[in-house]
Ligand binder design. Sequence first.
Ligand code: UD1
Ligand code: CA
Length: 474
Amino acid sequence: MTDEAIVLNVVVLAAGMGKRMRSDLPKVMHPVAGRPMLAHVFETARALGARLGRGGVNLVGVYGHGGRLVPDAFVAPDLQWAEQMPQRGTGHAVMQAAPRLLAHVPTLILYGDVPLTTVDTLERLVRSVIDSQRRFGLLTVELADPTGYGRVVRGATPGGPVQRIVEQRDASSAEQLIREVNTGVMVIPTPDLRRWLDALSDDNAQAEYYLTDIVGMAVADGLEVVTAQPTHAWETLGVNSRAQLAELERVYQRGLADALMERGAHLLDPARIDVRGELTVGRDVCIDVGCVFEGQVTLGDRVRIGPYCVLRDVMIREGAEIAAYSHLEGASVGANARVGPYARLRPGAELGPRVHIGNFVEVKNSSFGADAKANHLAYVGDSTVGERVNIGAGTITCNYDGANKHRTVIEDDVFIGSNSELVAPVRVGRGATLGAGTTLTKDAPPGALVITRAQARTLSDWVRPAKNPKTPKA
Ligand code: UD1
Ligand code: CA
């Protein structure tokens, strides 16, 4: 993409150490909905670029604490990294990014540890300033308890023009009463930003270079400071501790749950669902409590998911039911099939329509034709199972000889008796029957009964051993 097409610089501050997380992992790498907080921020920035039209955004990440770990986790053509070492404040962080900014577009500042700001809110803020080089955009929020935040000082008239931002530790007792705070999100004309950064000093209570000091400089230079507020209060929540991370996770999940319900899903409890990826639902899908959805999951119309299921990268077609405590990964389930309770579908499991997979059945890299059943306690791996096949309880496909895996083919209408072993490579011909307890080591011809079973012997005069009489203690 050419620089001319770029609409915005976005600087993402991610150098801080996050001491209160008490973690070896840099704070911005901690996950929300299964992805690092920083991934959410980059995604939002890119989505904003797409909304604003034309080209994308010029992303600049500022890293420091945790070394290369953070930049190495995010490599992309639209993303540059600047190192900040040591960390001497938010203004100092933006100084490191300044050489990588394009002068002809404004610069948006985001924090890597504030992952839930929405594209809608950022778009509103950016659009309120983007057409003028004389405007400075500031996202502010009114808090019941503003302790710890930078206060937005508007002078004598309430709601009057912004004059400056004062940090908590530098604020007078009167300023500390101000409840409108700086969220940290700003949009700044880039040539001015460079100039103001050069003028910052660290003469304050924390001996840091405060980015917030540029607000006063903008006012002194005659720029208009335009403020906007987030659509939802939770959008500007930052993460400083594990408790805040957990709180944010629930906020995010609740948002996803609401969206699922809007699309027609029935969630038995929207507070007890976790989506860590993308969940696509049809109409009248029903999801019971405690389920976890990871990666790309698609649920067709009328699919029912029982309680405490884990589904990762799966496709469930219409009318299928996944009963309680089932674990599915990399699998597809046909229309009106029934899986579980307590079933495990591993990668490459492909079930046709109306297939039944019951409790304690494990299926890996195997296809089941329409109406096939394995209702209890079985392992089916590396197999092709035909239509209407019935696999009895305790059946095992022995697909691994200790060195290589081999395939088992079970043709249509086969009946496998309970507790059979099929030693691959082996084929069971169409309509064949295996008697219970068979160990099949060579192909079964179509239609035949194959049975390997030791003959039972009956010893009528046998006597069951009796317990030795107790010897009385001396
Ligand atoms: C900052 C703002 C404050 C605002 C608050 C909102 C300043 C001086 N203060 O305060 O007005 O109300 O955010 O949450 O800007 N970072 C770096 N390098 C540094 C310092 C920070 O990359 O040297 C990053 C942090 O990793 C974090 C973000 O900048 O993502 C904010 O830093 P933090 O120390 O949390 O700022 P606050 O003191 O809370
Ligand atoms: Ca600080």
